[in-house]
Structure formats: structure tokens, C-alpha cells
Write a protein that binds this ligand. Structure first.
Ligand code: PHE
Ligand code: ZN
Length: 856
């Protein structure tokens, strides 16, 4: 079947036709929405190619070229499109289609989220609305008229500026919108519904008064304040950092409960998963607040990096996503603790992106082969893509980078371009040669650095040798080796004084020599995580302890502690009875008592995540790792009980803190709680926190402690929580998540009951992820249980989702296709489930692509 063949970057061809304007009319109806599209089409180039439009799940009502109505014999209609053998070079094309938003559970194209209509067109959803050249390099000026019932849908929204509105017969009304900026159809949006509206305004650096509007479900107005504040901060930040100001008179955000992803940057009309808009302290955690700020900023930043300059084709996705993630990370670092933000980025990379890079779906940040584009909204394209931009920033410096951005917009504003275009602008503006650097765009896999050092006490010389290796561990060749910025510091062991430097590794192996050292210095490598690589470097425990306390770079101080903890986790995995050294207690009690930023101390006390350690141990037995984590946690809890308890109570008593301080304080208190809760007396402590908690952060920390330790009061605590929050969807999601992460042998009976719970709906992606996704990622003890029941549970849910929402199904399958990370018996069990899924009739393209990659 043609729809199931992959596409290749190398096959890119300019479109045979362009569309300069499109005039859309939507007559909204739950099951039969009529879409009329009037387009100005022009042939590009001299060929006589037919016009081939994309279209899926559409009912075609009529096609007209200029004033001539076509009959069915004038075109070819298939399940994937409409082919018209047209002769003219320039014509007006009118197409009328009918679609069914109500039955659209895939949530691509036009669908219903609760009572509202909304659209999602990236990557290729517009073809589910009408027949079109659904590719990002076809850019048109959109005008959209929306017609719907006035009572049910008082707000009718689309991109750009409102140009007309009025009453119609039968209780209907209409609004017409015009977006002056030519755009690809993936940035088109329409929303219709009844909302509460939070209004504000922003005066840009160019003196444009912008109306800011956030639309939320009725009753949620107060919960949009943080999103609004974040939006204004993001607007100001982009003006200050990159001199980029907003370009329309209105910026709208709509929060919906049914959404496959986080949010979408449609021009002038962002559509958001409500999870990234709604918050108040009672119902949202500090992490929720942080994420809302980040996602609001991300979508806002897309207005320049994505919308004003867009992608030539979908292989270039990282052009907009890697760059925009980098921009939102920089923003979050400026608005919060830079170091703690950076640590969070690295955790995501190490626990998830590295696994993707080592798995069957590994791809370069600019993929070369794609079957289902939705499968490429990945940690690699986004997070590693951002790391690649960050390396350019490091190599060019902030100023050189800003010049590069300016040149990029000077050259490409209003165009659809490639990753190479971006890198060339960076290189030309800064005069830094990025030729070798470009290899980052075409290599997949995580590079390894092998590091060795030697000290010559006679000559007072310190030598540092770094070699680079590919994913398989082979030394890179001169033709394949990467340009890797390695920020480092040499710390004088006696004085503690450090010397910082940027090394540029450009060869398979390089040695640097440092003079005038009386004694061997301690090296802090990869400051600020200056490259997305793994480092093999056997530093002693003592050296790591020096770094934990003395490295200038906060990331390095944290990383040294993580390395130390991972080292002992490895030993415990290999030998469960391994006697952990008292030195661990000594160093971590120093950390606890050191007067650092509490948010940072909390990070230092956090054990490496399950996924991070999985990635470090070849074919790990997952249960051995679960037990190792428990043992290490128990060991530290016991050894540090007094300082942990003192710190816990000290944090709990602190008042009159600034907003930021209060967040750090809670983080530290709750990491202490997570240790103390594994010790006798946990019940009382957790119950006390639960009853005194004044915010969702503290409540969830207590409930998580209860779930992890399967405390006797768990069920009663959870039912109290449920009665309080059953009307608040985002909190109900949290309730399902905690239930799914309970450490209890009857978890599978509980999961079965939860699937039947009246508040569960597999059609709601947030809800499905809250239960199924959380079990898979937050309950490794039972997901990986020896019987294989965990894998079977996941496969059964994926099977259901395959028919309901292929995108959600395809994201949930990740841990199964990464089976090679685990021991052979787990591999067998996972493979069994993969084969069951592969044999399903009606397998979606999304799952098929991943299953074939995994099983071949
Ligand atoms: N472009 C969106 C973002 O990164 C993500 C997205 C992709 C949303 C596809 C929906 C569908 O901001
Ligand atoms: Zn994005």
C-alpha cells in the first residue's frame, strides 16, 4: 500500500504547484461538518504534472476549477488523496468536503474536546480537513470563516485578525479571520466553544499593543493567571535576548482537555493541553508551574523559530524544535535556578533520549527516513536537537550566537528552510567554521568519550587525553569524528582553586597538557553538560567527593554525586549483599549540612532515576536494579536519619520565604521525606504531612511516599483525595498516576479495576497516560515482574489504543521496543508481546513502523 511506504530526505523535490491564498468556510456540525476551500493555485516549473493533493478520512462533495464543476471522471480519488490532471498554469480551485469531528478519536484534524471543536494539524492533520498540498514548504495566506450555533459556540476562533462577524439564520453566527502571514497548513487552527476568557495586553518593544487572550473551560479563570504571567515574561525575554517582538495584534491560547501532545504553536492561536495552562497552588505542583512556564514560552518562541521561518520538509523538524527547546531552556534557566534547570534537562536526556539513541528507532536529529511523521516528535529531535544548538551557542559564545540568529532571520524570514541554512547563518555571522560540526545532524547514537589522565610530578605537567567513540564503542574515524565542545575545570587539590577552559575535541583522540601543577589536579569535565555524550572516566571516589564540594560548576558538583551513587548501584545490582561504605554517609551528610540553594541540595540528594541506570548497565535485570535502588535508599536513610529529619523539620518550619525560596524549600523537604518514609515511623510522618499540606506539592509528595512504601493508610488516603478532587480532571490524572505506581502485589487487580473506574477514559490521552504510562514508567517493580504480566498489560492497552488513538499507542510502546536494554529473559517476554501486536489486523502506520524496526 502506498501509504505505508517510507519517505526519504534524499528524495526531496520542490512542489509542482504552489497555493498563494486559501479561503476556508467551516459549517460546524458534530458529525457532518462542511468545509469549503477556495484556493489560488499556480504551477511551479514547466512540467505538465497533475495536481496531487493530500487528503485522508474525507468525504468529497465537489471540486471546481475556476467556474467549471468537475465530474468524478475528471480526477482520481484514493484513500490518501485527490489527483487532478489539470492543464492550466494558474487557476482557482474550489473543494468542498465533509468530515466527522465527533468520531475523530485520533485527535488529528478537526475533533471535539468535550463540548468544543478544535483542530490539530501538525504534522499532517490538515489533510483530514480538506484536500491540500499538505507540506510545510507550501505557504499560503489563510482566510477562515467559522459558522456555528451561537449559544453552544459563542467563541469562534482562527488564526490572525478578526475581520468580520455577524448573525445568521437558525440561531447561528459566524466570525471571519484573516492571517496576513503566509503559512504552511500545519499552522492552521480553528476553535469553537464556550469558555471563560482571561484578557490582558502587552506593549511590544516596537510599540505594538497586543491583546492577550487565554480561553479556558468555564470556572477556571483564576487558574490561567500563571500562564498569562509566563506569556508576558516570555515576550519580554525574547525582545531582550534576541530582539524578537510579536507581530500580530492578538495572541490567543486555548486550553483543551483532549490533546495528544503538550501544545501547538498555530499562528496567533495556540492550542494547549490544559495541563500546560491551568494551575493554582491547591491543585498544581511546583513542577506543574515550572512546566507551564516552559511550554507557554516554547509555543510563544515558535512564532519566530517555526512560524516566521519554518521547515522546508519534515526531515528538518529539529530546525524549529531543537532551536525552540533550546530557547525555552535558556528562558527557564533565566527565570528559575539555572543549575537546577540544567540538571532537569540532563536527567531527561540520560534517562530517555540515550535509550532512544540506543534502540531500534534511533535516528539523527535530522532523520533521513520516515514512515509516519508523528513518530518523529522525539526526544532526539527535541532534546538532543536542543543540545546541538546549545553546542553551537558554546562554540560561538552568546554574542556570536545572537549575531547568527539575526542573520538567520535576515536571510530567511517568511521562508521554509533547512537545518543547513541555519548552521550556515551561524557560521557566516560568527566566522566560526562549522563544517565538521554539521555531522551532528546526520549521526545517530550517543557518542562516548574515553578519558585518561597522567601527571608528571617532575615537570609539573598534567596531561588529559580524550578519545571519541561511536554508539558501538568503536573509535571514531577522522571522517566520522564530531566537533565536541568540552568545558572543563582543573581544581588544585590543595587550594581548591580552579582553572576553567573550553576544549574543542575535533579528532578521534586528542591530548592537552597543562603546566605548573605542583600536585595532580582534579578535573571537572563537561561543565554545564557541554555536549550530549557519555563519559567513561574512572575517577576515584575521593576525586568525586572533591568535585561534589569544590567544582565551580553546579552541574559538575551534582554530576559527581550522581556518578558516585551510580557506581554503588552497579555494585548492588551485581551483588545484592554488597556492603556499602560509610564514606557515602559522610559525604552526603556534608552535602545536607552545606549551606547551598535548597533546590540544588534536593537535586544532589535525588538518586539516579531507574531509566538512567538501566542505560548504564548492559542487559540489566530490572528487578535487581529496583532492589539496588531500595537498598541504597534505605542505607542512606538510615545513615542520615538525624540530619534528614532535622532538615525536614527545619524546612517545614520555614515561613516568610520568597516564592522561589519556598519552591526550593519544598523540594528539599520532600526529598528528605522520601528517605524518611522508608524507615519505621513513616506512617505517622506521612499522615502528618498529608493533613497539614497546604498545597499540591506537599500532598503529592506524601501520597507518593505512601505508594512507594505501600503504607497501610494508602487506600484511605487515596479515597479521601478522590472525594476531594473528582471534579478536577488534572488532579484526577494525578490520582490515577499514584494508584498506578503503588508497590503492592495486587497491582494487576487494582489496574483492572482502575480501567473500569467511572473516571477513567482511554479516549482521553492525559487519562490514558496517567494510568497506563505511569504504571510503565513509575512502577518498574511490577511492570518488569518475572511473570511478564506487566508487559502483557501494556500490550493489551496498546491494542485498544491502536484503534482509538494511534499516536498515543505509539508513544506508549517505547519501553517494549527498547527490550535490548534488559536481561535475556525479559527480552523474550517483551518480544512475545511485540509479536502479538505485530500480528494485529488494522495495525496503524505509527505502530507498524516501530514494530518493524524492533522486530527486524
Ligand atoms: N509543535 C508542537 C511543539 O513542539 C508539538 C506538536 C507536534 C503538537 C505535533 C501537536 C502535534 O510545540
Ligand atoms: Zn515545539
Amino acid at each position: 500500500m502506498s501509504e505505508f511506504t517510507p519517505r526519504y530526505l534524499a528524495d526531496y523535490q520542490v512542489s509542482a504547484f504552489t497555493i498563494s491564498t486559501i479561503d476556508l468556510t467551516f459549517e460546524l456540525d458534530d458529525t457532518a461538518t462542511k468545509v469549503t476551500s477556495v484556493m489560488s493555485v499556480k504551477r511551479q516549473g514547466s512540467g505538465e504534472e497533475p495536481l496531487v493533493l493530500d487528503g485522508e478520512h474525507l468525504t468529497l462533495l465537489s471540486v471546481k476549477i475556476d467556474q467549471c464543476l468537475l465530474s468524478a471522471s475528471d480526477y482520481y480519488l484514493s484513500a490518501t488523496g485527490l489527483e487532478i490532471p489539470v492543464r492550466a498554469d494558474e487557476f482557482q480551485l474550489t473543494i468542498v468536503t465533509e468530515i466527522n469531528p465527533q468520531d475523530n478519536t485520533a485527535l488529528e484534524g478537526l475533533f471535539k474536546s468535550g463540548d468544543a471543536f478544535c483542530t490539530q494539524c501538525e504534522a499532517e492533520g490538515f489533510r483530514r480537513i480538506t484536500y491540500y498540498l499538505d507540506r510545510p514548504d507550501v505557504m499560503a495566506v489563510f482566510t477562515s470563516k467559522v459558522i456555528a450555533d451561537k449559544i453552544k459556540y459563542p467563541y469562534l476562533l482562527s488564526n490572525g485578525n478578526k475581520i468580520a462577524s455577524g448573525e445568521l439564520d437558525n440561531g447561528k453566527h459566524f466570525v471571519q479571520w484573516h492571517d496576513p502571514f503566509p503559512k504552511p497548513c500545519y499552522l492552521f487552527a480553528l476553535v469553537a466553544g464556550d469558555f471563560d476568557l482571561l484578557q490582558d495586553s502587552y506593549l511590544t518593544s516596537e510599540n505594538r499593543e497586543v491583546a492577550l487572550e487565554i480561553f479556558v473551560d468555564k470556572g477556571n479563570l483564576a487558574k490561567a493567571e500563571h500562564a498569562m504571567a509566563s506569556l508576558k515574561n516570555a515576550m519580554a525575554w525574547d525582545e531582550e535576548t534576541f530582539s524578537l517582538a510579536y507581530d500580530l495584534d492578538i495572541y490567543m491560547i486555548v486550553a483543551v482537555d483532549f490533546f495528544n501532545m503538550g501544545a501547538m504553536e498555530n499562528k496567533g492561536l495556540n492550542v494547549f493541553n490544559s495541563k500546560y495552562v491551568l494551575a493554582d497552588t491547591e491543585s498544581a505542583t511546583d513542577v506543574d508551574y515550572y512546566n507551564i512556564e516552559a511550554v507557554i514560552a516554547h509555543e510563544y518562541f515558535h512564532n519566530w523559530t517555526g512560524n516566521r521561518v519554518t521547515c522546508r520538509d519534515w526531515f528538518q523538524l529539529s530546525l524549529k524544535e531543537g532551536l525552540t527547546v533550546f530557547r525555552d531552556q535558556q528562558f527557564s534557566g533565566d527565570m528559575n535556578s539555572k543549575t537546577v534547570s540544567r540538571i532537569q534537562n540532563v536527567r531527561v536526556l540520560r534517562s530517555q533520549q540515550f535509550a532512544e539513541d540506543a534502540g531500534p528507532m534511533a535516528h539523527p536529529i535530522r532523520p533521513e527516513k520516515v514512515m509516519e511523521m508523528n513518530n518523529f516528535y522525539t526526544l532526539t529531535v527535541y532534546e538532543k536537537g536542543s543540545e546541538v544548538i546549545r553546542m553551537i551557542h558554546t562554540l560561538l559564545g552568546a554574542e556570536g550566537f545572537a549575531k547568527g540568529m539575526a542573520l538567520y532571520f535576515e536571510r530567511f524570514d517568511g521562508m521554509a528552510v533547512t537545518c543547513d541554512d541555519f548552521v550556515n547563518a551561524m557560521a557566516d555571522a560568527s566566522k566560526v567554521d562549522l563544517t565538521q560540526f554539521k555531522r551532528w545532524y546526520s549521526q545517530s547514537g550517543t557518542p562516548h568519550l574515553k578519558v585518561s589522565e597522567s601527571f608528571d610530578p617532575e615537570a609539573n605537567l598534567y596531561h588529559l587525553t580524550i578519545s571519541q567513540h561511536n554508539q558501538a564503542g568503536e573509535l571514531s574515524s577522522p571522517q566520522s569524528c564530531l566537533h565536541i565542545p568540552v568545558k572543563m575545570e582543573l581544581i588544585d587539590a590543595d587550594s581548591g582553586i580552579g582553572q576553567q577552559q573550553l576544549l574543542e575535541l575535533t579528532a578521534p583522540e586528542q591530548t592537552w597538557t597543562f603546566e605548573h601543577y605542583q600536585a595532580k589536579p582534579v578535573v571537572a569535565l563537561l561543565e554545564d553538560f557541554s555536549a550530549p555524550v557519555k563519559v567513561d572516566f574512572e575517577q576515584t571516589d575521593l576525586a568525586l567527593e572533591v568535585l561534589m564540594l569544590a567544582a565551580s560548576d553546579g552541574f559538575c558538583r551534582w554530576d559527581a554525586g550522581q556518578k558516585l551513587l551510580s557506581r554503588y548501584l552497579h555494585k548492588l545490582v551485581l551483588e545484592p549483599g554488597y556492603a556499602l561504605p560509610a564514606s557515602l554517609i559522610t559525604i552526603f551528610s556534608k552535602i545536607l549540612q552545606k549551606d547551598s540553594d535548597p533546590a540544588f541540595t534536593a537535586e544532589q540528594l535525588t538518586l539516579p532515576a531507574f531509566g538512567e541506570v538501566v542505560d548504564q548497565i548492559h542487559q540489566v535485570d530490572p528487578l535487581a536494579l529496583v532492589n539496588a535502588l531500595k537498598t541504597l535508599k534505605g542505607f542512606l536513610a538510615k545513615g542520615l536519619q538525624e540530619p534528614l529529619s532535622a532538615c525536614y523539620h527545619n524546612c517545614a518550619e520555614k515561613t516568610a520565604l520568597s516564592h522561589q525560596q519556598a519552591i526550593g524549600n519544598r523540594a528539599l523537604k520532600n526529598i528528605c521525606l522520601s528517605y524518611l518514609a522508608v524507615l519505621p515511623g513513616a506512617d505517622t510522618l506521612v499522615a502528618a504531612q498529608l493533613s497539614s499540606a497546604a498545597n499540591m506539592t506537599d500532598t503529592l509528595a506524601a501520597l507518593n511516599a505512601s505508594a512507594y512504601n505501600n503504607l497501610p493508610a494508602f487506600d484511605s488516603q487515596m479515597s479521601a483525595f478522590e472525594s476531594k478532587w473528582h471534579d478536577t480532571p488534572l488532579v484526577v490524572d494525578k490520582w490515577f498516576t499514584i494508584n498506578a505506581s503503588l508497590n503492592s502485589d495486587d497491582i494487576f487487580e487494582r489496574l483492572a479495576a482502575l480501567l473500569k473506574h467511572p473516571l477513567f477514559s482511554i479516549k482521553n490521552p492525559n487519562r490514558a497516560r496517567a494510568l497506563i504510562g505511569a504504571f510503565v514508567s513509575a512502577n518498574p517493580q511490577y511492570f518488569h515482574c518475572q511473570s511478564g504480566r506487566g508487559y502483557q498489560f501494556l500490550a493489551e492497552q496498546i491494542k485498544r489504543l491502536n484503534e482509538i488513538n494511534p499516536q498515543v499507542a505509539s508513544r506508549l510502546i517505547t519501553p517494549l521496543i527498547q527490550y535490548k536494554e534488559y536481561d535475556l529473559s525479559r527480552q523474550q517476554l517483551m518480544l512475545e508481546q511485540l509479536k502479538v501486536l505485530r500480528a494485529l489486523p488494522q495495525l496503524s502506520k505509527d505502530l507498524l513502523e516501530k514494530l518493524d524496526a524492533a522486530l527486524n
